[in-house]
Design a protein around this ligand. Structure first.
Ligand code: SF4
Length: 961
């Protein structure tokens, strides 16, 4: 067993050791990539971890983080027992008494049972970077509260929503660049190790095969450092670059017209007449819609007959440009244009000159980039001899490759203009015809899905009832104003105001506003907030100092404004101090877990893949996996999905739940897709198999399903694939998934703002906002924070990214990884630093209009002169994570979050500092100024914050000196 209560070194390099006695396979969780690993044990003690060569994702590769998982086990910051804040103590004082799990469950069952029986929305469950959102979401739905989300709202919902509302898929888990066949790879707005090992493996092969790699990023580190060319760009302006590239492609007529006509809504006719149909596609009322939610019965203008024809009619010749008048029929006399004509008009002014002034990229470079991507897409086109049949029954002998691939992530997302920017990228990729084609972007199951998927959030008080599961899932994809989560008075149904008129398409919620809203009682107060694996009093929150005060603020009667705060974490993060009840979680090596097709699987381009974690060690102390906590609570609270008709507990524990739960009565669909059926003979769908965990254990903890080649491309319109996806519940329907160059869904919201559309309308103060940002075509606008910032004073952009060696705040208690990073610097372009009188390594101040922070500077040529940056979450509160009082993390490390506000006053009212469409946190919008620190100032960071050691820590903090 571990020497967990000892300060002895982990390894004695001189002592002769016996050999490894056992190797257990599981899945890494030192970051979110989910590589396969092997845990090597000697007499039950973990001695090292390496990559599993038989795992499809990482093929044996392991990174510094993954190999250091052993030190997570030996971390002095482990919490080992449930803790209850002592009565009368203040939150943040670290005054706890250890309690038993029985007592913890009694407290929770009584409190949550009362809330569920009276007003379920008074319970809020928000989780950080967990990988079990299918379970946490199910728990919230069964509880009956709409107040649930994971971290997506402050991470990359713009990337997910912008792409899914356009092409029905997105980057990372759900799709990515086909670097095996690409010739040109353009990476934009991506952190230095995003999609870590899989991307490194793919990039290495790509470069060895002669591929050209261009990185567009304000910072040249990580992947950007090995790019053939680095194009620095000003943060928040990527959308302007995409608009200029589209301008050039359309001006030069370098776009894939046949692809756009057949597979997107580019040729479909938009009504130009003023009124309720303005800007919407016209529909043929007499034809049979294939999909009642999002019908396909639109029109195109047929060049041959010079008339409007049903959009999927065989033998027509659709046009992309021009303006027409509808002939005899239900729409006679209406003015219409193909959607592509509107796109052409939209980009007519977005010239390279216009974009250059915004992005700081030279005009000639923008022009050259447009030519490079077009020449690669069309000049190096190739065919793969794979036959397939499209949704309209036409057989194709091959699939066309367009070998230009893109990858993008948080650099595009974490801005208040990120949704439209991401739409811009998705439309640009569509113009090039690179969607689900060899060498371009390719989907991963369960995507592609409908544009957007058919789940809708609760949209009325009637969807939320005591002692009853929610009528709809807590998170979904609105397609019209009537889908918003509003009560009959138009007030938000959710504590984070997701799906309100402030953020109508908030598909991942707004976790970053939950605490502020709950403390203000806006839109209402809650009783219990349960936080899992999210450091909401430190690096996962904007406006850190004030949020810390919020957590401790009380009403006049002395009661906390958030009356009960439950925190579940494996480590003593800064958030644990504020908990009323602490639930000690296990590490990833001590629990069962699933990376499910119902959630965020690890699928490959060629088919669905899911994987599991299987414990390789016993839980430390009284640690209990959060999964087990949820199953226990769901059983005690008698949620219908967890209870037999006789009212008995249905599932013994989490592994039993995973094996036996089905999404519907006898649906054959569960959390795991491998070895289903009584004898494990079925894949994807089939009856529960009691030996399913064993089969995963015998097969590297992973199940991989290879689709035939004819199902691997053009999946939005591939009849064989779409039938397969419906049969296996990856989708509910098998109709084609048309790319939305033009989004009539956005236009519905815009029409509501103008009052031209019958039905729900935004309140007066939000009408202009909705009208402006719900443009059905991509456009660029400056980040919202610019509106309220004196840009002559705060001239620089400030951004963060996570370092390659640490995943957000997870590893400052990891003794090996601390040797790589124990503190961070602010990286400033050398010329910019000298201009401000700041020497390399000197102490300095960075200040925004919201606050200031003292830090150390590092001169760098690898950052755009107008941008400064640092790693996030290296800086820590003193003594947090069981670090010593004078640890580098709290004395030299710093947190940029102090400079960022969670709210902005725009147009006279306060609103979340987020994208106005999705509610994605605008982390990277902040503007700053710099100054050298005074000579007499202490050589340590500011602000200084104190945390406290909690009882039951596994080691004395001296072990982490
Ligand atoms: S990339 Fe992430 S999941 Fe893979 S080994 Fe490294 S830390 Fe683990």
């Amino acid at each position: 067993m571990f020497k967990i209560f000892s300060n002895d070194p982990v390894h004695d390099p001189i002592k002769k050791q016996g050999s490894v006695t056992e190797i257990k396979k599981t899945t890494c969780y030192m970051c979110a990539c989910r590589c396969g690993i092997r845990a090597h044990l000697r007499d039950g003690e973990l001695v090292y971890i390496d990559g599993n060569p038989e795992h499809p994702l990482n093929q044996g590769v392991i990174c510094a983080k993954g190999a250091s998982g052993i030190m997570k086990q030996k971390s002095p910051a482990r919490i080992t027992q449930p803790l209850l804040r002592k009565a009368g103590s203040n939150r943040g004082d670290g005054e706890f008494e250890p309690i038993s799990w029985d007592r913890a469950f009694e407290i929770l069952t009584k409190r949550l049972g009362h809330i569920r029986a009276t007003d379920p929305k008074k319970f809020a469950l928000f989780t950080g970077r967990d990988q079990m959102q299918a379970l946490t979401g199910l728990f919230a739905r069964q509880f009956g509260t709409p107040n649930y989300a994971a971290h997506g709202g402050f991470c990359s919902v713009n990337m997910a929503a912008g792409m899914i509302y356009t092409i029905g898929g997105s980057f990372w888990e759900f799709g990515g660049p086909d670097l095996e066949r690409a010739k040109l790879f353009v990476m934009i707005g991506t952190a230095e190790d995003h999609h870590s090992n899989p991307m490194k493996i793919a990039l290495s092969k790509f470069k060895r095969a002669g591929g050209r790699f261009i990185s567009i990023n304000p910072v040249r580190t990580g992947y950007s450092a090995i790019a053939d060319e680095w194009i620095p760009i000003k943060p928040g302006t990527d959308g302007a670059l995409f608009m200029a590239l589209m301008h050039e492609l359309i001006r030069l007529e370098k776009y894939d017209a046949p692809f756009l006509k057949r597979f997107s809504n580019s040729a479909q006719l938009v009504c130009m007449d003023s009124g309720a149909e303005e800007g919407l596609f016209l529909y043929d009322p007499d034809s049979d819609p294939i999909n009642l939610d999002l019908p396909h019965n639109k029109y195109i203008w047929d060049e041959k007959t010079q008339s409007a024809q049903p959009c999927f009619k065989q033998g027509t010749s659709p046009v992309l440009l021009g303006e027409y008048t509808m002939g005899p029929g239900p729409h006679q006399g209406k003015k219409v244009v193909p959607a592509f004509e509107l796109l052409k008009r939209q980009v007519s002014e977005t010239t390279p000159e216009w974009a250059s002034a915004i992005t700081s990229i030279p005009v000639a470079r923008i022009r050259k980039l447009a030519l490079e991507i077009a020449d690669t897409a069309f000049g190096q086109e190739f065919e793969l001899p794979i036959s397939w049949t499209d949704s309209w029954g036409e057989k194709h002998d091959s699939v066309t490759g367009r070998p230009v691939a893109f990858h993008a992530m948080r650099g595009l997302s974490a801005h208040s203009n990120g949704f439209q920017t991401t739409r811009g990228l998705a439309v640009l990729m569509s113009l090039l015809g690179t969607i689900d084609r060899p060498g371009g972007f390719r989907h991963k199951a369960p995507y592609p899905r409908q544009v957007p998927p058919n789940a809708k959030p609760p949209s009325s008080e009637n969807d939320i009832k005591p002692n009853t599961p929610l009528a709809k899932p807590p998170l979904g994809w609105p397609t019209q104003p009537e889908d918003l989560a509003l009560d009959s008075q138009g007030n938000p149904l959710r504590i984070d105001k997701a799906y309100s008129w402030e953020h109508p398409l908030a598909a991942h919620g707004l976790m970053h506003n939950v605490i502020t809203n709950a403390v203000k009682g806006d839109p209402y107060s809650i009783d219990t907030l349960m936080i899992f694996m999210a450091n909401m009093s430190w690096n996962s929150t904007m406006n850190t100092m004030e949020v810390r005060e919020h957590l401790n603020s009380k009403n006049a009667d002395g009661e906390f404004k958030i009356p009960f705060l439950v925190v579940c974490d494996a480590f003593q993060s800064e958030m644990v101090d504020f908990a009323d009840l602490v639930l000690p979680d296990t590490t990833y090596l001590e629990r069962h877990d699933v990376m499910s097709m119902l959630d965020r699987p690890i699928s490959e381009f060629d088919g669905p893949v899911d994987s599991v974690r299987i414990p390789v060690l016993e839980p430390l102390g009284e640690c209990k996996p959060f999964q087990e906590v949820l199953i226990e609570l769901a059983s005690r609270l008698k949620f219908p999905a967890f209870t037999t008709p006789e009212g008995e507990r249905k599932f013994k524990d989490y592994p039993d739940f995973i094996t036996r739960f089905q999404t519907g009565p006898d649906s054959g669909i569960g959390f795991l897709s491998g070895w289903r059926g009584k004898d494990g003979e079925k894949a994807l769908k089939g009856e529960p198999n009691p030996n399913q965990w064993q089969k995963y254990a015998e097969n590297n903890c992973v199940h991989q399903y290879h689709m035939p080649p004819e199902h691997q491309y053009m999946r939005n319109w591939n009849k064989g694939y779409l039938d397969f996806s419906k049969e296996n519940a990856l989708r509910q329907k098998n109709d084609p998934i048309m790319i939305a160059i033009y989004s009539d869904i956005l236009q519905r919201f815009r029409l509501a703002a103008t009052g031209k559309r019958p039905g729900a309308q935004p309140p007066a103060h939000l009408k202009d906002r909705i009208y402006k940002y719900f443009d059905p075509l991509p456009f660029w606008y400056p980040p919202l924070e610019d509106e309220v910032t004196d840009l002559s004073k705060f001239t620089l952009n400030a951004i963060t990214q996570r370092p390659m060696a640490m995943y957000h705040s997870w590893d400052s208690q990891n003794a090996w990884l601390r040797q790589i990073h124990s503190h961070n610097y602010l990286y400033v372009n050398t010329a910019t630093a000298l201009e401000h009188g700041i020497a390399d390594g000197a102490w300095m101040w960075i200040e925004s209009q919201w606050g200031k922070v003292k830090c150390m500077a590092r001169h760098s040529e690898a950052v755009d002169p107008g941008t400064v940056w640092t790693w996030n979450a290296i800086g820590k509160a003193e003594s947090a994570w069981s670090l010593t009082d004078n640890a580098d993390e709290s004395k030299k490390g710093f947190l940029l979050n102090h400079l960022i506000s969670e709210e902005l006053t725009l147009g006279g009212f306060k609103v979340s500092n987020s994208d106005p469409i999705t509610g994605q946190a605008g982390w990277y919008d902040v503007r700053v100024k710099l100054a050298p620190a005074g000579e007499e100032e202490p050589l340590e960071t500011w602000p200084q914050v104190k945390a406290y050691e909690v009882p039951g820590m596994s080691l004395k903090k001296e072990a982490n000196k």
